[in-house]
Design a protein around this ligand. Structure first.
Ligand SMILES: [Ca+2]
Ligand SMILES: [Ca+2]
Ligand SMILES: [Ca+2]
Length: 121
């Protein structure tokens, strides 16, 4: 319970720093962040990041071929992540994609993401 309050406070103070209140997009990121931060220490590690995304990968992979086609992963992300252009995103490509995204958001380069790094991506 206490940890939840701390996180809520973090979110509140974050929205105070950012004059714009939470947009729908930001609210989704906050949700995502909370899901990724499994030990609730206010930071998401590469491992925590990948744990969630590999879970999402598996749930998106409806035909269980360990690859995501464009119907399983709609939008631009599928094309970007499919680096060998075979029309599928496999786990290796997905991990590279999510890791790159993580590093892009990690402003201070400590390989941990805070909520504000994620929101100020
Ligand atoms: Ca954490
Ligand atoms: Ca698939
Ligand atoms: Ca591919």
């Amino acid at each position: 319970m206490r940890k939840k309050t701390t996180l809520l406070l973090a979110i509140v103070s974050c929205s105070l720093i950012t004059p714009l209140s939470l947009f729908a997009d930001d609210a989704r990121l906050v949700q995502l962040f909370k899901r990724m931060d499994q030990d609730k220490n206010g930071m998401v590690t590469l491992e925590e990041n990948w744990e969630l995304w590999s879970m999402i990968f598996n749930s998106r992979d409806r035909n269980k071929d360990q690859k995501l086609d464009s119907s399983e992963m709609p939008g631009k992300a599928q094309k970007v992540a499919d680096t060998n252009n075979d029309g599928f995103v496999d786990l290796v490509e997905e991990q590279a994609f999510r890791t790159k995204h993580f590093i892009n958001m990690d402003a201070d380069g400590d390989e941990k993401l805070t909520l504000s790094e994620m929101l100020n991506r």
